[in-house]
Each structure stands twice: as C-alpha cells, then as structure tokens.
Write a protein that binds this ligand. Structure first.
Ligand code: PLP
Length: 383
C-alpha cells in the first residue's frame, strides 16, 4: 500500500496525503471506524482484499452485520439506513405475489403496505394472533410471503411464530418476522422456523436513541435474500460507518439492557393494572393478556420493555397524564436508555387504528420505583 513518506513533492501534495491510508491498529480494544468511501486497487489491478466501494463493502457495516447474524442464529445479516429501508427491501425484492400481513403492526409500515399494489402485490391484512383467521387468509401456492410482527406495536399482540411458519411453509410461502420489540435476547425467530428476521435497529439493538438503522438476518441465502441484498447494494440504502460503529457500541449492552427493561416493565405493568384511572394495561407478560401462553413459550428472559396503558377519560385524559410526568420524556420511538411516554394516536394521525386513550410506554434504565412514582402522581391528578 502506498503510504510511504513522500519525497520530491510539494507541501501541497504532502498535505493532501495527510490522512494516509487505512491501517487500523491491531491492538486497539475498541474497533476502528472504517470511514473509507472507496478502496485501493492492488498493483495487479485486482482487489485482493475484497473491498471496492463504500456503498456495499464498508468494513464497519460488515462487522456489525456479523454480530447481528450471530445474535439471531442467522447465516448472514444485512444493515440498512433505517428499519423501514430494511422492511421495504423485502417487499420490493419480492416478485408480485399475495402477501399476508398483520392488521396490528407498526403504523409506518402498514401505511406503506397500503400502497404496495404498485409493486404488483396483493396484500391481506389479518389478525395474526388468531391462527384460524391467519390460515383462512393464506392462499396455498399463491401466497408468497407472510409478515409477522411480535409483540406488535403498540398493542403488543403476540403471534405464534412456529405455528405460522409451519403453516406458511406448507402453503409455499416464506416468513419474515419484525422482531424489533423482542430482540434476540427474548426471541430468535429463525429458531422458530422463520426465514428472515427484521429489526428497526434504531430501537433496542442500538439502544441509545442516537442512530437510525435497520437490519435483516436470514436463515439461508435464499433467492429472496439475494434479491434484497441486490436491492440494498444497488439503491444504496446502507447506514453510514459511524452509525454502524455506534450500533456495535450499543450491542455490547443489549443483553443487560433488555433484561433489565423487561424486568422494570413487568413491575410497572403489575402496578399500573391496579390504578383506578387506568382502564387496561396491555403487556404480554400479564397472565390475562390473550397472547400470554404463546409469549411465555417463545420469549425467554422476559416479555419486553414495551407496554401500553389505556387511560379512563379518553384522549384528553391520556394526553394530560403524559403532560404531567417529570421523569418520562414525551417522545416517539422506543428501546433507548431513557423512558418515553407517547400518546400514540397523536403521532399516527388520520387512518390510525390506535385507540385514542392509549399511552405507549418505553421503559428505560431508570429505577422502576422512580418511574412508577412519577406516573402515579400524574395519574392521581385524574381522580
Ligand atoms: C416495530 C417497528 N418496526 C419497524 C419500524 C421502522 O423503523 P425505523 O424507524 O428505524 O425506520 C419501527 C419504528 O418505529 C417499529 O416500531
């Protein structure tokens, strides 16, 4: 590599070469960030190191991908610039087909899917927590993909991944699971028979509310996978290398964060269920939740750090509860270190199926008692 001190050149040329060429220290504890947008050719005109151009060959991106693949028991993983970019890569890579998707799912993707006929897809929305309804929606031989989101945002309904995957496969369909809320700490969808798992890495995988990213991980290098990879590499929906590096930084504490957030969420779900200003608590870890038995089977280490409460008194009361908390932050998104409260309908807006009295809670790493006391003083104002 041409990084020798330059002789017989002007200061201008010395200055222009000041950054040198990439040669990360092999003894550094923390990984270097591969900031390169391009890679140098060998003298023989080849690329023996296998890297050509930053859009698809960035070393930091590939390093983060290897960790996600390992966490998900996947053959391979692929990073994207957002969760939406990851999800839509699947739908746009798929040849026109019939697709079964959940009626309870992340609102942004549901809106996008409502327009998916432009890709020739025929989309059926169905209550995926009801296996009978799911089976009735599948068209054997004609359904190409089944999409699962479990627990589903923001109602936290649970889908039985193994049962859906088994039925879908017998009908000739592939299965992709949005596992953003569960994370590989609680559920590994590929172990339950899914073909591809998807995450908004913006949430728990990164966990620090400072990166927007997405990821897909696959059980095998199927035709769909390779097409999605082509889509990403050609359209360039990749994250920047610093975001990939931040994601690795976040992954280091994923297991500890998610277990602790799940523990606190379970405490809050129990306590909030008893409050007279609350109509109902939606949390799959509560034994009366309709998905509890399935969740207990396919989630280990807890039921996740997300829950919702429906506040007596409708939208006005719910918004008032969010207005009067001190510790919780009023913001959208979830999965970070700081606890967030959100009146979900306010952000979803027109066409939303979210109940108007619903507050979504993302449990952070603060003390569960402090979080409870803060909510309690706000809820008590309604009485
Ligand atoms: C369950 C779920 N999937 C996908 C997404 C989309 O991810 P991103 O915002 O990173 O594009 C979100 C975002 O909130 C989500 O909650």
């Amino acid at each position: 590599m041409d990084d020798r001190p330059t002789r017989n050149v002007t200061p201008r040329t010395v200055a222009a070469r000041a950054l040198g060429v990439g040669r990360p220290s092999l003894t550094a504890l923390t990984p270097s960030i591969d900031m390169s947008a391009t890679y140098t050719r060998d003298h023989d005109n080849g690329y023996s190191a296998g890297r050509v151009y930053g859009r698809k060959d960035n070393a930091s991106v590939q390093q983060a991908e290897r960790y996600v693949a390992e966490l998900e028991h996947a053959q391979e993983a692929m990073l994207f610039g957002s969760g939406m970019a990851a999800a839509t890569a699947i739908f746009t890579a798929l040849p026109p087909t019939h697709i079964v998707v959940p009626s309870a799912m992340y609102w942004g993707l549901r809106i996008w899917l409502q327009g998916a006929s432009r890709y020739g897809h025929d989309i059926t929305f169905v209550d995926m927590s009801r296996l009978d309804e799911f089976r009735a929606a599948v068209r054997p031989g004609r359904t190409g993909l089944v999409w699962i989101e479990t627990p589903s945002n923001p109602l936290w309904t649970i889908t039985d991944i193994a049962a859906v995957a088994d039925y879908a496969h017998r009908a000739g369909a592939q299965v992709c699971v949005d596992s953003t809320v569960a994370t590989p700490v609680l559920t590994r969808p590929l172990d339950f028979g899914a073909d591809i798992v998807m995450h908004s890495a913006t949430k728990y995988l990164n966990g620090h509310s400072d990166v927007v990213a997405g990821v897909l991980a696959t059980a095998d290098r199927s035709e769909l996978w390779l097409r999605a990879k082509d889509t990403r590499d050609q359209s360039g929906t990749v994250p920047g290398s610093f975001d990939a590096w931040l994601l690795m930084r976040g992954l280091r504490t994923l297991d500890l964060r998610v277990k602790e957030q799940s523990r606190s969420a379970a405490i809050l779900a129990d306590r909030l269920s008893l409050h007279p200003a609350i109509e109902t608590v939606l949390y799959p870890g509560l034994p009366h939740h309709p998905g509890y038995a399935t969740a207990a089977r396919q989630m280990a280490n807890g039921f996740g750090g997300m829950l919702s409460v429906r506040v007596k008194g409708g939208a006005k009361a719910a918004i008032a509860v969010a207005a009067n908390v001190q510790l919780w932050r009023r913001a959208t998104s979830f999965g970070g270190i700081e606890s967030l409260v959100e009146h979900r309908l306010s952000i979803e807006g027109e066409g939303s199926t979210c109940p108007e009295d619903l507050l979504r809670l993302s449990i952070g790493l603060e003390d569960a008692d402090d979080l409870y006391r803060d909510l309690l003083q706000s809820l008590d104002l309604l009485l």
